[in-house]
Design a protein around this ligand. Sequence first.
Ligand code: PRP
Length: 221
Amino acid sequence: MKPLRIALTKGRLEKDTVGLFEEMKLDCTAVRDKGRKLILPVGNGEIEAVLAKAADVITYVEHGVCDLGVVGKDTILEHGTGFYEILDLGFGKCKFALAGPKDKDFFSGYTAKTIATKYPNVARTYFEAKGMDVRIIKIEGSVELAPLLGLSDAIVDIVETGSTLKANGLEVIDDVAPISARLIANTASLKLRKREIEQLIDQMEEAQKRLQNQKDKEKIK
Ligand code: PRP
């Protein structure tokens, strides 16, 4: 049987997914000792992990070269939905927020505001829902710079601890959407390999619950 191929977002989500796999008693030695290799066996070879950038996880799953993927809701909201989103994995939690300079009333005045963001689709959807006409400028990273340099009135960006905003004299104006890691599946794979995928999802959910219980216990201590 061909292994189930799962694309993992490199970095933190990859590490959290490996933690989940290990809780499922799957051998992750190859992924842990990967070196520069990008396709690695998990367990007894029943799963193959593919390490990719977030947006590429979606591309590989949409095109069916990977059956499953682990990707943040941020990337899903920005890059569309030509796949099934099947499980909230509960890790990689943060949020999309509208943020701007402290003590400035963003919603006052009548001139169209300028928004800098790495996520133009997310920003557009948010302001359309508010019926606000804004100018959106795409920035590739460290978006907090844009209002500091006078390029934009505010930003739509990911906020996790809030320390980047704070260190740069910015604050959250409004929450846009919660974010966490999601398991996604190719639509054809979900039909053709239904049993295997459903079994994996069940095991993932159980492992996720056990990890959450452990975390809750640690909090009480
Ligand atoms: C993300 C995000 C913020 C920061 C938020 O950036 O865009 O800048 O993390 O985290 P915090 O609320 O815990 O401070 P990332 O480090 O991924 O890099 P980037 O800005 O280059 O996208």
